[in-house]
Design a protein around this ligand. Structure first.
Ligand code: ADP
Ligand code: MG
Length: 681
């Protein structure tokens, strides 16, 4: 193993935890590596991938996360590929050809790809030695960053006949680790945890009123720009940390890569504009920007052309920049887990980096309101359950077909919450995932039709002709019409036909005869018992969501408590993630420097009277009633007034209606009580 490590990767020795993990994997067992960010989790699959007989399939939550690992592997001449939607037709084709020829050692995909019927059909025929799950904490409902799609990975593992799994993550509490280990049958001795403590991160929590934050940050950043001498002081303190010895000095550049986190997209824009105006090289980044603009900004930051990114939490995952020197939380993070992930992006090169968090409780309601927006209402869950019952009572019987975007619009539940709801329904056994398909396939002929037909004879030729005959021909694109094919061609009416049609088209596309395009992803669930009581189940699920909401709100408060405790911050964080080996006094956090947080007094905004609330509600009530011919629920009205977006608001153009978000600084639950009063009048 040592020899391979040197030969392929040029590394002299293993880092902590790597050798043990690689050994577990090479002994044929599933394993988990829980190491801090930047400590070399990827190597735990990269080395085994070279020695295992078949493919190593790496799953991650984001396409962007794979890019660096891919270029790393390619730079080491290890045959690796990533499948994502940005690839051209020919690139995708080449990747599949290599996979089928068994040339590829590592294939990386984003988790969404598994829902793709074409992908699943193709990957099933390729032998896989190891399934790697990067950012594995996304599987746990009890952690942050929960990705409902991740919950299905154990069943995909079974479906593809993969016998071994390797989980990789940096932030997992003991509860989350246990949860993950259960789901993938990982024995305790195959779980490597190397500790959470990062000696090069200097944590600083600073309490101040909202109104002082901007001036403070300008001053702080100006000092940071001259940071080299400041950093040198740290060098002594960390003299025994070898990585820290080549601190800043080694870097010639004067750039001081900084991420500033804020809560809202609007705040990211505003803050970036102000900073630019004050002479800083700052750019805003959030999920509301077009995706090519986002990648342009990210690349500029990677190349040190932009010093400061002012971002919402949309920025970070997949940003593998080793020399980020400052991570600043201008607004409160969402939880201890989020805080840890976000500060974890600083100083991956091991050099000293600063993590400043500015705290107060003035905008606590805004943060909490985010959570409320994710809680679906009873009536909306009711709608989904009824949809399941009525669909499963009609042909095709016992099936529920879902297009996420469309259902989300219809039931007014945010997509992420809807995915979560579907997972809950799955866990209750009400629905069982069967398969997913693209409702629409279309193709463009790249060669004359007789060239294609000439390649077949007998029954196969008839089948190929049936596909063409049954398609609706537009100018360039031919729309596949499955119903027509089923009707016209019935040699083995056993439902496998759809698969056969797609396989045939895949084959045409592989041959370069057609260009194939698939749209409208539809998930199909089995509903073999639809006798459940809608009202009862809806109520229970609503309770579950409310519980989840309360847990999320409690997370915010737990974080606030952690920040104000007079105990070493590095130590508290390490303990939270189950690392008992961290020093009890790190010597380089604000608590160790004697600065304990005292949240400044803040006045909560006045609670409006029911008269005022009635007035404020009028514009929304008018628009809503014009559209829906009834009164909104109290929850919906409250969401409007507190500025919490739900799918329906997009259609109603609610942001343009007077008083949207007018009460965003108020507490959701207080406004909800008053809304209930005025609506029941
Ligand atoms: P993580 O996923 O844990 O955040 P990565 O796997 O991206 O970290 O690794 C961080 C860096 O450490 C990479 O540049 C990688 O090449 C390097 N690295 C990994 N293992 C070793 C090793 N044994 N010796 C030297 N460098 C290593
Ligand atoms: Mg990683």
């Amino acid at each position: 193993m040592q020899a391979q490590l040197k030969q392929y990767f040029g590394f002299d020795s293993f880092r902590k935890g790597q050798e043990e993990t690689v050994k577990s994997v090479l002994s044929g067992r599933s394993a988990a590596a829980i190491f801090p960010t930047g400590s070399g989790k990827s190597l735990c699959y990269q080395l085994p991938a070279l020695m295992l007989p078949n493919l190593t399939l790496v799953v991650s939550p984001l396409v962007a996360l794979m890019k660096d690992q891919l270029s790393f592997l390619q730079s080491k001449h290890i045959p690796a590929a990533a499948l994502d939607s940005s690839l051209t037709f020919n690139e995708t084709k080449a990747i599949w050809a290599d996979l089928r020829a068994g040339k590829t050692k590592v294939l990386m995909v984003a988790v969404e790809r598994f829902k793709n019927e074409r992908f699943r059909q193709s990957i099933k025929n390729i032998p896989i030695s190891l399934l790697v799950i990067d950012e594995a904490h996304c599987i746990s409902e009890w952690g942050h960053n929960f990705r409902p799609d991740y919950l299905k990975l154990p069943s995909y593992q079974a479906e593809f006949g993969i016998t071994q799994t390797l989980l990789l993550t940096a932030t997992a509490t003991p509860v989350v680790i246990e949860d993950m280990a259960n789901k993938f049958n990982i024995a305790p001795q195959d779980i490597q945890t190397t500790g959470f403590y990062r000696p090069n991160l200097h944590l600083n929590i600073k309490a101040m009123p909202e109104a002082q934050k901007y001036d403070f940050i300008v001053d702080y950043l100006s000092k940071s720009a001259r940071f080299k001498p400041i950093a040198n002081q740290y060098r002594e303190a960390d003299a025994n940390n070898s990585a820290a010895n080549n601190v800043m000095g080694a870097q010639g550049s004067h750039a001081c890569p900084t991420i500033i986190y804020v809560t809202l997209q609007k705040n990211a824009e505003d803050l970036a504009t102000k900073l630019k105006h004050d002479g800083f090289n700052a750019v805003a980044y959030h999920a509301g920007l077009a995706s090519d603009l986002r990648s342009t900004i990210q690349n500029a930051f990677m190349d040190d052309k932009v010093d400061i990114i002012v971002a919402t939490i949309a920025f970070g995952m997949g940003v593998d920049k080793s020399n980020i020197r400052n991570v600043i939380h201008f607004d409160l993070p969402k939880s201890i887990e989020n805080y840890s992930q976000e500060i974890g992006r600083a100083g991956r090169d091991g050099n000293v980096s600063d993590c400043l968090t500015i705290v107060n409780k003035e905008r606590l309601n805004v943060l909490e309101n985010f959570v409320y927006g994710d809680t679906p209402e009873l009536q909306d869950i009711h709608f989904v359950l009824q949809d399941i019952q009525s669909q499963s009572n009609t042909e095709p019987l016992n099936e529920w077909h879902v297009q996420l975007y469309r259902l989300s619009q219809e039931c007014n539940i945010r997509q992420l919450s809807l995915k979560t709801l579907m997972v809950y329904l799955e866990m209750r056994g009400i629905i069982k995932p069967k398969y997913s398909y693209f409702a629409e396939y279309r193709f463009k002929l790249l060669v004359a039709m007789d060239v294609i037909e000439a390649a077949f004879n007998g029954e196969r030729l008839e089948f190929v002709r049936a596909i063409f005959d049954a398609s609706d021909k537009k100018k360039i694109w031919w729309q596949l019409n499955f119903d027509n094919i089923f009707e016209q061609y019935n040699h083995n009416g056993n439902g496998a036909q759809r698969g056969r049609v797609i396989t045939a088209l895949e084959y045409f596309s592989d041959k370069g005869w057609v260009e194939l395009e698939a749209k409208q992803m539809t998930e199909v669930f089995d509903v073999s018992d639809n006798t459940f009581f809608v009202a009862k189940v809806a109520k229970e699920l609503t309770d579950t969501f409310v519980q989840k909401q309360d847990v999320e709100v409690a997370r915010i408060h737990n974080m606030l408590k952690l920040f104000e405790r007079p105990q070493c911050l590095s130590n508290q964080l390490s303990l939270y993630f189950g690392d008992k080996a961290a020093p009890s006094h790190c010597g380089h956090c604000s608590v160790c420097h004697g600065n304990i947080v005292h949240y400044p007094q803040c006045s909560t905004p006045d609670l409006p009277s029911s008269e005022t609330l009635k007035e404020l509600s009028k514009p929304f009530l008018t628009s809503y009633q014009a559209d829906q011919f009834k009164l909104p629920s109290a929850e919906l009205l409250t969401k409007f007034l507190c500025g919490i977006s739900v799918p329906l608001f997009t259609r109603l153009k609610a942001r343009k209606i007077d008083n949207f978000a007018r009460l965003e600084n108020n507490s959701f639950s207080e406004i909800l009580s008053i809304s209930r009063l005025i609506l029941s009048d």
